[in-house]
Design a protein around this ligand. Structure first.
Ligand SMILES: Cc1ncc(COP(=O)(O)O)c(C=O)c1O
Length: 403
């Protein structure tokens, strides 16, 4: 019973799955570290890691053992009871995130739903009947109704109106637009922003991370909550535990998911400063919030990240990869940007077909976002040898593609 092996899915095989995903015609049956394997044993370099999820790589032995042990001991009781692993995971996460209160969710979208609820309640506590949240163009915050309404991408919203109201949109990186919104809308209570826009094309603000410092200043002036969506940029991805730690400021609300669980579905909405104490008993919840199993996963991942110095490795290898790509592709009209191991290579033309070319010809899993940006999100514990292997395959592929 425990050793069932499934045959790979055939492209023409009938399926009961809702056809919401555009899937590639390949399935992987196992993974190890930075590599994925098909049933016939072909090895692929995974430079996507489940879209910034498996930062520790596939089948990390310490994490696998912790999951197996906890599954064989106790998976879930309910938040009707104390959950020691949840308390321990919250303590560890609070430490690395610089936050005070934590609610565990099950995904990035749910974490952002929590943040949106915090902002609205924060407004209502001050007598603001119709609280508004500033969000950015080209942002991505999730697929639930409130988070798709916050998202700055028409394709995500089309067909799902009426959208949730209460969002004011500004161009990413534009401080003047935020200041103008403050004048025109007295009922703004918060800003929700990604430090680096992932789905939108690995976009950093033109002024870099000082954008976040400017936002912090405006939030202080107007008594708004500064809320950062670090679903993708968190958990070591940019070379700091959270991307805001590249600056001297701290947000009031911080959301995360993805790398928090390395493939186990778990997220978190966290608060400090003005965000603390807004949600109280009965305001929020979820059956699966911080199960014993999910919490042990979070605890174990942070422990591994700390013991193996993984965030420092992400910073170092990320800087090396960016520098090598910039110099080796200097004559090819590409722009390489990003922090740590969240890297975008913008090409001078649309390049969606590079996903298939990378997979079939170079045995490399990558992603293309915003039409012409190759997005790299490799494992955070990538070795020097693997970094060189990745650079070599990318440079060869992009040179051939642009030739
Ligand atoms: C910045 C950001 N926020 C939210 C989400 C949504 O997370 P999830 O798919 O776990 O709901 C994503 C997913 O790509 C993301 O990149």
């Amino acid at each position: 019973m425990n050793n069932i092996t499934l045959a790979p899915v055939q492209p023409d095989q009938p399926s009961h799955l809702m056809p919401v995903f555009g899937r590639q015609p390949i399935s992987f049956v196992r993974g190890r570290g930075a590599y994925l394997y098909t049933e016939d044993g072909t090895e692929y370099f995974d430079a996507l890691t489940g879209i910034a999820v498996c930062g520790l790589g596939h089948a990390h032995p310490v994490l696998a053992e912790a999951i197996a042990d906890q599954a064989a001991t106790l998976i879930h009781t309910s938040n009707l009871f104390e959950v020691p692993w949840q308390t321990a995971a919250a303590q560890k996460l609070a430490e690395v995130a610089g936050m005070e209160e934590i609610f565990f969710s099950n995904s990035g979208a749910e974490s952002n739903e929590g943040a949106i609820k915090i902002a609205r309640k924060f407004g209502h506590m001050q007598g603001i009947a119709s609280p508004k949240i500033i969000v950015a163009d080209r942002s991505f915050h999730g697929r639930t109704l409130a988070t798709l309404s916050a998202t700055g991408n028409k394709k995500v919203q089309d067909g799902f109106g009426p959208l949730v109201e209460g969002f004011i949109r500004v161009p990413f990186g534009d401080i003047e637009a935020i200041e103008e919104a403050a004048i025109n809308h007295p009922d703004i209570v918060a800003i929700l922003i990604e430090p680096i826009q992932g789905e939108g094309g690995v976009n950093t603000a033109p002024q870099g991370f000082s954008y976040l410092e400017e936002i912090r200043h405006i939030c202080n002036q107007h008594n708004w909550l500064m809320m950062l969506d670090e679903v993708q940029t968190g958990n070591g991805r940019t070379g700091k535990y959270f991307a805001y730690q590249h600056t001297n400021i701290v947000p009031d609300v911080l959301t995360t998911a993805k790398g928090l669980g390395n493939g186990f579905p778990i997220g978190a909405v966290m608060t400090q400063g003005r965000g603390v104490g807004v949600l109280t008993a009965g305001n929020h919840g979820s059956t699966y919030s911080g199960t014993a199993l999910g919490s042990r996963v979070v605890y174990t991942i942070i422990d591994i990240m700390q013991k193996e110095n993984i965030v420092a490795n992400a910073a170092e290898k990320g800087a090396y990869i960016v520098e090598q790509l910039r110099s080796q592709l200097a004559d090819h009209q590409v722009t390489v940007r990003g922090f740590g191991l969240m890297i975008g290579i913008e090409l001078p033309k649309d390049c969606g077909d590079l996903v298939n070319i990378a997979r079939d010809e170079y045995k490399m899993i990558i992603n293309v976002t915003a039409g012409n940006v190759v997005r790299l999100l490799p494992t955070l514990n990538i070795t020097q040898e693997q970094a060189d292997q990745l650079i070599e395959r990318l440079v060869t592929m992009i040179k051939a593609y642009l030739a």
